[in-house]
Design a protein around this ligand. Structure first.
Ligand code: CP
Length: 313
């Protein structure tokens, strides 16, 4: 089975089967990634462009490496050095990129809905690499891949997500995806950083980090998004880290074999202590490795459009 739509815009709009298809293909891609020779011809003849209107290390580089490992032509357009800075519209920019023969455009944009707007106006596939406070589907897919790899199942596992949920597209995509796969979501953060109606998603909401972490199998910290904070939502980073920063004491409430996750970049000493970031149950570096494998799988499946074919290893 390939993906049903030409685009990957979010996990709210794709099925459990499609998510599992991506995770299964990512397993095979990880074998390829860990080999000394990372070259495969799965995207030979394809052209992939990253169009980023916000900063990124992990997402942009992993898409570029995934494209190159699979034989595609890969290029990047940065908003600051392109004709976007001269006033070209988002749709005109996407049409210009498509007119050069591009098969897939990967976009990050501060406005929620920007990838969807582009997808409706071009024939090329569009992948959402993070849109405002809406979704970051490829991050959640790599998070789910890491959880499945470490714990072997989603059935009945408890995932605690701690921090700035209000501004977090990673949290939203994880909530949509993980609940579809059968995990139990336990969310905690300062009341000012929890969106209203969160409990309608099926997630349980807590105002204390310890209550959310209690009996959790996965403890995920989220970055405090200083660039999206309005005044008054957060008294101080010091108080935040005392109440919601993950340290040894708070982690002691989790299951004994719980793993630590964070989408990155980590503000050490704010969302996680440095010791927790680097401890032996931290899966943060593996999340980054898995990000390349998952993005290889997504690029492979999205360029198959209707072909009934799993990746061949
Ligand atoms: N997690 C994440 O999206 O990281 P980057 O901003 O570095 O891409």
């Amino acid at each position: 089975m390939a993906l049903q739509n030409k685009d990957l815009l979010g996990l709210r709009s794709i099925s459990k089967d499609e998510i599992e298809e991506i995770l299964d293909n990512a397993e095979i891609m990880k074998h390829i990634l860990l080999k000394n020779n990372k070259k495969t011809p799965h995207l030979q003849g394809k052209s992939i462009v990253t169009l980023f209107y916000e900063n990124s290390t992990r997402t942009r580089l992993s898409f570029e490496l995934a494209s190159k490992y699979m034989g595609a032509s890969a290029a990047n357009v940065s908003a600051t050095s392109s004709s976007v800075a001269k006033g070209e519209s988002l749709i005109d920019t996407a049409r210009t990129i498509q007119a050069m023969g591009t098969d897939v455009i990967i976009i990050r944009h501060p406005m929620a809905g920007a990838p969807s707007l582009i997808a409706k106006n071009i024939d090329a596939s569009v992948i959402n690499a993070g849109d405002g406070m809406n979704e970051h589907p490829t991050q959640a897919l790599l998070d789910m891949f890491t959880i499945r790899e470490k714990l072997g199942t989603f059935d009945g596992i408890k995932v605690a997500i701690i921090g700035d949920i209000l501004h977090s597209r990673v949290a939203r995509s994880n909530i949509w995806g993980l609940t579809k796969l059968g995990a139990e979501l336990k969310i905690a953060g300062p009341p000012t950083l929890l969106p209203v109606e969160l409990d309608k998603t099926g997630a349980k909401v807590f105002y204390s980090a310890k209550d959310a972490i209690r009996d959790a199998d996965v403890v995920m910290g989220l970055r405090i998004q200083k660039e999206r904070q309005q005044k008054g939502l957060l008294p101080s980073l010091r108080e935040y880290s005392q109440l919601f920063g993950i340290d040894e004491e708070k982690l002691s409430y989790a299951n004994n074999d719980a793993i630590i996750m964070h989408p990155g970049p980590v503000n050490r000493g704010v969302e996680l202590t440095s010791n927790i970031r680097d401890c032996n149950v931290s899966a943060i570096d593996e999340q980054v490795t898995n990000g390349v494998a998952v993005r290889m799988a997504i690029l492979y499946l999205i360029t198959r459009k209707g072909e009934n074919k799993n990746v061949v290893y």
